[in-house]
Design a protein around this ligand. Structure first.
Ligand code: ADP
Length: 402
């Protein structure tokens, strides 16, 4: 495919929001970024952040994704970087669920959209919005290469014994039940960036990546290949998160339904939106949880300890899965910013070669950095994630492949 442009527009369409970044692939510069939120509500908001100049805000109704994306296109055009500019090489779309079919970035055509649509039953919250974003962008620039980058793709290398639940095989196959994993773009980016930080080849490095944001997941990456991850069929499995429970006994669902009288939808809402840190202490922002815990609040302390305990269980488990661990990388909102969480996760693990140097851990920075002492057998690092850059790079590489 021939294209002379060097810019990629990255779109991340959620159910009521669209986030975007226009990135120049020559130097990775963000030429513009922004978001539209509360799409469909009476009062929505667009925030546009140009590379130079003041941020611009529109507070008004954005009836649907079509209206929202048109407003974004107008903002970019006002900066002379509209969707019709020749510098634009491609649009990269974040798509949450690629099922078993999409294991790499994929050039979008009608049949790809149809296949992403077929995956809606396994990703009812995310894929419909992602498809809407793709359809609106394709309608606006039908001639421009558009690429889908899947959150599940990096985890498609999980061995079968890690990807399968121990349930009846026919039932699993009929309903496409298996562990897909999520946050893959971040785990991929951070595992490679960790190798770069260490000056090592990703192919010779074993890394445990702790992506701790609102949603949170751990992955074990052996020589650049993901071999285990904590999210499963849905992004509910695994760690304690902001509002999600993570692992529970599946019997809890039957119990709440049969004994508690809750409907399936109520249990879904409970486990996804009213659990995790929020369920345990009433706050889902780690800053607030830490502040309250330090002030002696018992609920916040319990929430913090549960959050950390779950991460440590996975850390130990993935250590055993990998056999040898070269690095542990903390990333995303909590991982990049909370020295308290990092210190608690790594406490008393000297026998495993894991420890953090308090002075290094206390440093606040947006750069990738090491926080373990020089004698530590395992490098502990803070590595800021950049999912948009990863999507842009994968998109750009694909349109230049042919
Ligand atoms: P998302 O999963 O929505 O992309 P982020 O990776 O941006 O989330 O993480 C958001 C979370 O990061 C917030 O809910 C907050 O708990 C946490 N966070 C952000 N800054 C700090 C900080 N300075 N200290 C502790 N936690 C923080």
């Amino acid at each position: 495919m021939t294209t002379t442009g060097t810019r990629v527009l990255v779109l991340n369409a959620g159910s009521s929001s669209v986030k975007y970044q226009l990135i120049d692939m020559l130097d990775g510069a963000r030429l513009a970024s922004g978001l539209v939120e509360r799409i469909g509500e009476v009062e929505g908001r667009l925030l546009h952040l140009p590379l130079t100049g003041e941020p611009r805000e529109q507070v008004r109704r954005f009836a649907d994704h079509d209206g929202a994306l048109r407003a974004v296109a107008d903002e970019l055009a006002a900066d002379l970087m509209g969707l019709d500019s020749p510098e634009l090489a491609a649009i990269g779309h974040r798509v949450v669920h690629g099922g078993l079919r999409f294991t790499r970035p994929t050039l979008i055509n009608d049949s790809v959209v149809a296949e992403i649509r077929r995956l809606i039953p396994v990703a009812p919250l995310h894929n419909p919005a992602n498809i809407t974003g793709i359809e609106v962008a394709r309608a606006m620039r039908p001639d421009l290469p558009q690429v889908a980058v899947f959150d599940t793709a990096f985890h498609s290398t999980l061995p079968e014994y890690a990807a399968r639940y121990a349930i009846d095989r026919k039932t699993a196959e009929e309903h496409r039940v298996r562990r897909y994993g999520f946050h893959g773009t971040s785990h991929q980016y951070v595992s490679r960036a960790t190798a770069r930080l260490l000056g090592r080849d990703p192919a010779e490095l074993n890394v445990i990546v702790l992506h701790l944001g609102n949603g949170a997941s751990v992955s074990a990456v052996a020589g650049g290949v993901c071999v285990e991850t904590s999210m499963g069929l849905t992004p509910l499995e695994g760690l304690v998160m902001g509002t999600r429970s993570g692992d529970v006994d599946p019997g809890l669902v039957f119990h709440l339904h049969r004994v508690g009288g809750l409907s399936v939808d109520q249990i879904d809402d409970l486990l996804n939106r009213r659990s995790g840190l929020l369920g345990l202490c009433g706050d889902n922002d780690m800053r607030e949880v830490v502040r309250r815990a330090q002030g002696g609040d018992e609920d916040a302390k319990l929430a913090f300890d549960s959050y950390v305990h779950r991460i440590r269980r996975y850390l130990g488990g993935y250590y055993a899965v990998l056999g040898r661990v070269d690095a542990v990388a903390f990333t995303a909102g909590v991982g990049e910013n909370s020295a308290e969480v990092r210190a608690a996760v790594c406490a008393n693990l000297e026998e495993l070669g894991i420890s953090v140097e308090p002075e290094l851990n206390a440093v606040r920075s947006r750069r990738a950095r090491t926080i373990s002492p020089s004698y530590g057998r395992v490098t502990v690092a803070v590595v800021p994630t950049d999912e948009e850059l990863e999507i842009a790079q994968q998109t750009f590489a694909l349109v230049h492949e042919v």
